[in-house]
Design a protein around this ligand. Structure first.
Ligand code: G6P
Length: 610
């Protein structure tokens, strides 16, 4: 999704802006650009479609240097990826704007501005912002007031950065619905879409709130709240080291993140379980008090996080005896709800900035849910700040667009929540103790699966020429199959669908032939016998089967069936363990297909627009 960086300093900011864009690359983008106020007071801008290297190459031959500037990576919403549509957008060589979000009333504003003689050179919604600011400057407003007046008439979501030749040395930024942070330096200040962009420059950050407007110079940072008055926002020190987002020895971030899972799960459990129990301190006092009254759970999330919620539903109902519904945020937010008293509202989000999940959370707060709890990986994120309480996953920064360690840590955190709530309902103390023991060995179990990487890579060779794949699972492994299929789609561009194995004969069986690999997740649980008959249905029709099964599972290697044995796993934690081989399969298929694994086409890491 679009990334913003801005800087005002007593040195040339172009390298700072480019480094910031590099660190934002993981969000996904299709063009990039930069604009600075040069020493002679003019506005210098360069934009390029494609990857950042195209912009860097262009900058080698263009002198773009200045002490105030903004830069952007664009993920197209309005208008194709092209130089014309790339940001920064400039009006009459006087104002430049970068924007993340969607301006919903852009058509009406465009018409008004056209009547005033403004020319539009792009198909973007953003261009109305820059032209509108220019119009206010023409009316004699100082830059801060021109931006304030402009955001006052914008509808929709935005994070913007603005510079102008009228006031070199000043950078104005504003946010509503899209993330924006301020980085504090020594006689230099910055803005960016997230802290990663700036950790090379500073560790000190101010997180802007909804409706905030901020004015930055080298010597000051002034924040104005949504009612227009000056406000003080707390300064946070980040613990993220500049190299915490390095790829190290791995070929891709995704591979690194897959291999980080044992440690990430360990960290997520650390200090939260003790002597066979989940500690109440894990959720905080407020949540603990609220848990007493919880009678049902509503989970809302998107993408991979939604799949984590789908797994948790099985746990909530089977272990805790609590009714649980799971819905994708984009559906939930636009549907009329019936809220049962005592329902806990849980959002799951890696980034904590997904626009639909955030909007669903805001809607839920109006709807009378008992308590809102976020399971999230980014402590300073909007979703964490807007929730009554949170349980942080401690996966560390996840850079690969295809989520891996965030997913397994979300599942781990959700299982902690199931136990904490379950002991107030259907879960016996011995059962809790048994699951806690399983959780303690989970990192080792994941390490064991990672050792299967070479065998999985060999399987992946057989997927290179395929165009479709089917994933099957039953029970809590069905959402694991969904997640496996999503991984394959996202990074190898092979069409993949997941089905609960029992549904096979209600449609997908018609697709089976020897061109359709069928991947099955088949741990040795009570559903295995049923799954085996489903697999025979596939085999009888010439389908190629790839089965991930327990070491002890009574399932045999026969022609047309390939089996990969995963060490015997307890049924409750099995969905976490079995997610890992499916991630590895997708990763190795993508390597064979030669795709851009960490930044797959058209996708974004953090979807901050609707
Ligand atoms: C995007 C990402 C996915 C992610 C989803 C939800 O689609 O590419 O990897 O699962 O957003 O993001 P969240 O940050 O809310 O978990």
């Amino acid at each position: 999704m679009c990334g913003i960086v801005g800087a005002v300093a007593h040195r040339n900011v172009t390298p700072i802006l480019l480094e910031g864009l590099r660190r934002l690359e993981y969000r996904g983008y299709d063009s990039a650009g930069i604009a600075v106020i040069a020493a002679d007071g003019s506005l210098e801008r360069v934009r390029r479609p494609g990857k950042l290297r195209e912009l860097e190459a262009a900058l080698e031959s263009a002198l773009v240097e200045g002490e105030t500037g903004i830069a952007h990576t664009r993920w197209a919403t309005h208008g194709v990826p092209s130089e014309r549509n790339a940001h920064p957008h400039v009006c009459r060589e006087r104002v430049a704007v970068v924007h993340n979000g969607i301006i919903e009333n852009h058509e009406a504003l465009r018409r008004q501005l056209q009547q005033k003689g403004y020319e539009f050179l792009s198909e973007t919604d953003t261009e109305v912002v820059v032209n509108q600011i220019h119009d206010f400057l023409e009316q004699g407003f100082p830059l801060l007031e021109a931006v304030r007046a402009t955001v006052g008439i914008l509808e929709g979501a935005y994070a913007i950065g603005v510079v102008s030749t009228c006031e070199p040395g000043r950078l104005i930024a504003a946010r509503k619905g899209s993330p924006l942070v301020v980085g504090l330096g020594e006689s230099e200040n910055f803005v960016a879409s997230d802290v990663f962009a700036l950790v090379g420059e500073t560790q000190r950050f101010v997180f802007l709130e909804e409706g905030d407007l901020v004015e930055l110079t080298t010597e000051s940072v002034r924040v104005y709240g949504k009612d227009g008055g000056r406000v003080e926002r707390p300064v946070h020190e980040t613990r993220l080291a500049p190299d915490s987002v390095e790829r190290g020895e791995y070929r891709h971030y995704m591979q690194k993140e897959i291999h980080e899972q044992p440690v990430a799960v360990e960290k997520t459990l650390s200090g939260r379980i003790h002597q066979g129990k989940v500690l109440s301190a894990a959720f905080g006092e407020r949540a603990e008090a609220a848990f007493e009254h919880v009678r049902a759970v509503q989970i809302v999330a998107c993408g991979t996080s939604y799949h984590a919620g789908k797994v948790a539903r099985y746990w909530f109902e089977a272990l805790a005896g609590l009714p649980c519904s799971v819905e994708v945020a984009s559906e939930f937010r636009y549907r009329r709800q019936v809220v049962q008293p005592g329902t806990l509202f849980v959002t799951i989000s890696q980034s904590g900035e997904t626009a639909d999940t955030l909007a669903a959370l805001k809607a839920a707060k109006e709807l009378g849910y008992a308590h809102t709890l976020a399971i999230c990986n980014v402590p300073e994120s909007s979703i964490v700040r807007e929730s009554d309480s949170c349980l942080m996953t401690r996966a560390g920064p996840e850079i690969g667009v295809a989520s891996t360690k965030a997913f397994t840590t979300q599942l781990t955190a959700l299982l902690l929540l199931v136990l904490a709530l379950g002991r107030r309902h259907a879960l016996a103390a011995e059962q809790e103790a048994k699951i806690v023991r399983e959780l303690e060995t989970l990192p080792a179990q994941i390490r064991h699966v990672l050792q299967l990487e070479d065998e999985i890579a060999a399987w992946a060779e057989l997927f290179g020429e395929k165009h479709h794949a089917l994933y099957l699972g039953r029970g809590a492994q069905y959402p694991v199959a969904m997640e496996g299929a999503l991984k394959l789609k996202e990074i190898s561009y092979i069409h993949a669908e997941a089905y609960p194995a029992g549904e096979l004969k209600h449609g997908p069986l018609a697709l089976i032939d020897n061109e359709m690999p069928v991947v099955a997740v088949a741990p040795n649980n009570e559903l295995l016998e049923k799954l085996k008959s489903n697999l025979q249905e596939v085999q009888a029709r010439g389908g190629e089967l790839y089965v991930f099964a327990d070491a002890e599972a009574p399932i045999e290697n026969v022609p047309g069936v390939r089996i990969l044995r995963v060490a015997e796993t307890d049924e409750v934690v099995a969905p976490i363990v079995y997610s890992v081989p499916l991630q590895l399969l997708a990763y190795h298929v993508a390597l064979i297909k030669g795709t851009d694994v960490d930044q797959p086409r058209n996708l974004a890491k953090s979807v901050t627009v609707e």
